[in-house]
Ligand binder design. Sequence first.
Ligand code: COA
Length: 631
Amino acid sequence: MLSVLARAAARAGGGVPTCLVRPVVGVQLSIRSISHQEGLPKLPVPPLRQTCERYLAVLEPLVTEEELEHTRALVSEFLRCGGVGERLQRGLERRARKTENWLSEWWMQSAYLDSHMPVAVYTSPGVVLPPMHFQDQQGQMRFAAKLIAGVLDFKRMIDSETLPAEYLGGKPLCMDQYYQVLSSCRIPAPKKDTVMNYGSGKGPSTHITVVHNFQFFVLDVYNSDGTPLTVDQIHMQLEKIWNSSLQTNKEPIGILTSNHRNTWGKAYNNLIKDKTNKESVRAIQKSIFLVCLDAPMPRVSEDIYYSKVAAQMLHGGGSRWNSGNRWFDKTLQFIVGEDGSCGLTYEHAPAEGPPIVYLVDHVVEYMNKTDRVRAPMIPLPMPRKLRFNITPETKKDIEKAKQNMNIMVHDLDVRVLNFCHYGRKYLKSCKTSPDAFIQMALQLAYYRMYKVCCPTYESASLRMFKLGRTEAIRTTSSESLKFVQAMDDQSKQNTEKLALLQKAIKVHRDYTHMAIHGQAIDRHLLGLKMQAIEDLTSLPEIFMDTSYAVAMHFNLFTSQVGSKTDCVMSIGPMVPDGYGVCYNPMDDHINVAVTAFNSCEETNATKLARSLEEALLDMKDLLIQTPKPKE
Ligand code: COA
C-alpha cells in the first residue's frame, strides 16, 4: 500500500543474496528459488490503445461530460500515429526487454523513496493482533520470547529455502518479497532514501534489536553453533533488558525516525557524525527485526479498544507514550505492550502486506503449538545496550520530531469495525465474490455520506510476474455508480437493485482479473509518464489535464489483506480529504480498519465505518429478500 503514486516505490529486490550488504536493487537468487523465479513471466507492457480506452471508461463516473470531452481530445492526440504516445510506448517496450521488470525500480522510487512524508502514519501500515491475556511484565516477556522464537522459525524457512511457493488462481507467485522483510532497513538521506538488506553474505545478521523505555539493545539470538536461542533463553535475555532499562527519563532517540524524510535525513547526518552513535544506528539497521516492549497505554472502553491499538501500531500514541519506542525505518517492528496489546508496523518500501501477514500466521501458529523447552544452564552474555551521545543539535531535532509526531497523532482518526454479522463463508454460499461485495458496500457507504462517488483504489497483486508488486483496481465504475444510486431509490424494485449490484460486482471482478494479469491502467500510465521524464521530453498533456488529477486523487484508498489470524491491518489515507480502508474477510466476520485525518472537516472514520456496517447489512437484506431468477 503506498500513498499516492508519489508515495510508493520501485524496488527490485534480491532473493538469497551473496554480497555482504547490498542496496536492494538487483535480484540474486538461490539455486532453489532460481527455478521458481525463472519460471515466472515478465510483467507485460499493455497495448497503448487499450490503456487509453480503459482510462476514458474509468473517468466516466468521476468527471463532468465537458472534462471528459476535453480528455478524449487529448487522448486522441496522444494516440496519433507517429505521435508522442507511440514513442513512449516503444521506450517502455525496450525497457521491458532489457530489465527483469520494467516497473519495479520506478515503482520503488516514485511510490516510496521519492516521498518526503514521514513513513509513520503516511506509508507504514500497522497490524493489530487480538488482545493477549496478560496484563503485566511477566506475561509481556513470555509472549515476546515466543514471538521472537516464532519469527526465527520463519527465518529458518527462508534461510533453508523451504518456504512453500504461493499461488494465485493456480499460478505461482514471485517470492522475492519474503527475502526483503528480515534484516533490512530504510536509510534516510536529505534528498533520497535507500533500502539496505543485511540478510546474508559472509556476515549475515544474527541479532535483533529490542527497545524498552526508549532504550535500544542488541540481543544475539543464535548460539555459537548457529542454533537459535530457545524460548526460555530469549525470555531470560529479555528480562535482563527490561531490568536494565527501568528509567523512563531517557531521550526518545527513535522518534527522530518518524519525522519528514528530508528533516530526518539531515538530523541523521548530524547524529552519525559521532562514532558511538554511528555504531549504535548501524546495529539497529543491521538487526534481523526490532521488538518494541511498549509501556501500557491508557485504558479505554471495549468498543474502541481495537481502534486505539490500531493507532498504537501506526504511530505509538505520541511522544508521551510509545512513539519514541520505535525505529520507524526498520522494515519489521513487532510491538508487545505490557497491557496485552500487540501487533506490528512495517516500513512499506521493501514489501506488501500479504507476505507480512503470512509471516504473522506462521508466528501465531508456532506460538500456539510450541511447548516450553528448558534452556541449558549456560550463562548468556548480557545484551548490549546501545549508547547515544546527544548533542544540543540532536536534542533540538528530537524536540522537533516530538512536536511533529504529536501533531500526526492528533490528526489521525482511526476506527476498527469488527463486523460480526457474516463473513466470506456466507458470501461464497451466495455465489458472490467476498472482495467485490465488500468493495461495493464501501461504494454504497461512501455514496450515502457524500451523495457522489469518488476515485477508489484497491491494491491488487502483480506477483504473478517476476518482481511484481501491486496494481490498482479501480472500484468506482459507471456500473457501481448505478448500483449505489439505485439502492436507496424508493422507485426501484429489489430485483432491479440486485441486478445492478451483480453487474457492478462482475465489472469489479473483470477489472481485478485485468489488474492481476498486468493489463490495468495505473502502472502503465505511470510507466509512460516516467518514460517521458527519462527521455527528458515535456510531459504529455494527458498528464497535466484536470481529469488526470481527479482520477489520481484517491479519496478511498483500500486494500484487502486476508490472513488466517484474526487480525486487521490499517493504513493511513492517501490524500488529505480521504480514507484508508483495510479489511480482512474471515469465515464468519469481517475486520475492517478505517482511517481519516481530523484536520479534514469532511471526513470521519467512525461515520464511514458505521455507514459501511449499514451498507453490508442492507446488501445482505437485498440478497435475502430478492427472489432468485429461475435457472
Ligand atoms: N462464488 C463463490 N465463491 C467465490 C465467488 C463466487 N462468485 N467469487 C469468489 N469466490 C471465492 C474465491 O474462489 C475465493 O475462494 P477461496 O478462499 O476458497 O480461495 C474467495 O471467494 C475469495 O475470493 P474474492 O473475495 O473474490 O477475492 P480474491 O481472493 O480473488 O482476492 C484480491 C482479490 C484483489 C484481494 C487479490 O487478487 C489480491 O490481489 N490480493 C493482494 C492484495 C494486496 O497485495 N494487498 C496488499 C497491499 S499492501
